[in-house]
Design a protein. Structure first.
Ligand code: NAI
Length: 263
């Protein structure tokens, strides 16, 4: 078991899901967010930290073996906001990780890095990135930065292009993009446990019938998603009769709207 796992964005939706179950994956979980998520439970350290604050992030990463980097603005936002939370925050984290000798980062990327591909195209890790939003662009930056830190310094990263991680799929698009919290947890655990990952790009998606993304290149991980959106299909197809905004793009609505919702 690794000694200390840092989780950024631990106060968010996914961080909240993982806080308890990840306890078995590291002796100490260092949980961090820009918002206060104290108190620390047994086996936890809690650090309130803005990822845009370089000195604070240097201290945050010290003594950590791995990092699950969830902390970010997690949807479309102004460039100035993304500049702080996603561009600068991710740079600060990688630089701090390098200085601290961190072995591996699991970077929460997004399907919105490929959101302008058409629905029906099957993509893999080599498909061209076509971000559908400034948010998607900020995650492309994170993916490239991670590649640079791997090639230059050997710092391993798994870029997880998460689909839609919710308790249940909510609309037709999510019948293809859904990632169950249980599958997300098993993927994160696997990526912590495997001895070597190098630089890996993979899609966070459950075993959905109409998934658009292939992880065939990552079979060596031995990760098999267990859930599928199929049980939800009938109810969703009944309730959503008309195509939703942006439904011909993989990124859905984010591809269809202008910057910050303006056309
Ligand atoms: P969330 O918005 O619920 O959580 C993100 C957390 O990051 C929040 O607690 C927020 O306070 C924190 N944060 C924001 N700016 C920060 C800063 N400057 N410094 C420190 N912390 C900061 O998002 P969620 O759903 O938990 O997603 C986690 C990660 O996964 C995000 O990076 C998101 O982009 C990515 N993702 C999530 C998907 C999903 O289906 N939930 C889909 C695709 C990607």
């Amino acid at each position: 078991m690794i000694k200390r796992l840092l989780v950024t964005g631990a106060g968010g939706r996914l961080g909240h899901h993982l806080r308890e179950p990840l306890k078995g994956s590291a002796e100490i979980l260092r949980l961090s967010d820009i918002v206060d998520i104290s108190p620390a439970a047994r086996g936890e350290e809690v650090v309130q930290c803005d990822l845009a604050d370089r000195e604070a992030v240097d201290a945050l990463a010290s003594d950590c073996d791995m990092i699950l980097h969830l902390g970010a603005i997690s949807g479309e936002a102004s460039f100035d906001a993304l500049l702080q939370g996603n561009f600068l925050g991710t740079y600060n984290l990688y630089e701090a990780a390098r200085k601290a000798g961190v072995r591996r980062i699991l970077f929460a990327s997004t399907n919105h890095v490929i959101g302008f591909h058409a629905v029906g195209e099957t993509l893999d890790h080599k498909s061209e990135r076509r971000p559908d939003s400034l948010y998607g662009v900020s995650k492309c930056f994170g993916e490239d930065l991670s590649r640079f830190y791997y090639d230059k310094f050997g710092l391993e990263t798994a870029c997880l292009r998460i689909g839609s991680c919710f308790e249940a799929p909510k609309d037709r698009r999510m019948l293809s993009t859904w990632l169950s919290p249980r599958d997300f947890l098993s993927l994160v655990r696997k990526l912590i446990e495997v001895p070597t990952i190098g630089h890996l790009v993979l899609y966070g998606v459950s075993a959905n019938r109409d998934a658009w993304w292939s992880n065939a290149h990552a079979d060596f991980l031995g990760w098999k998603p267990r859930d599928t959106s199929e049980p939800y299909r009938e109810a969703i197809e009944q309730s959503e009769k008309q195509p939703a905004e942006g439904s011909h793009y993989q990124g859905g609505r984010l591809a269809a709207i202008g910057i910050l919702g303006k056309r």
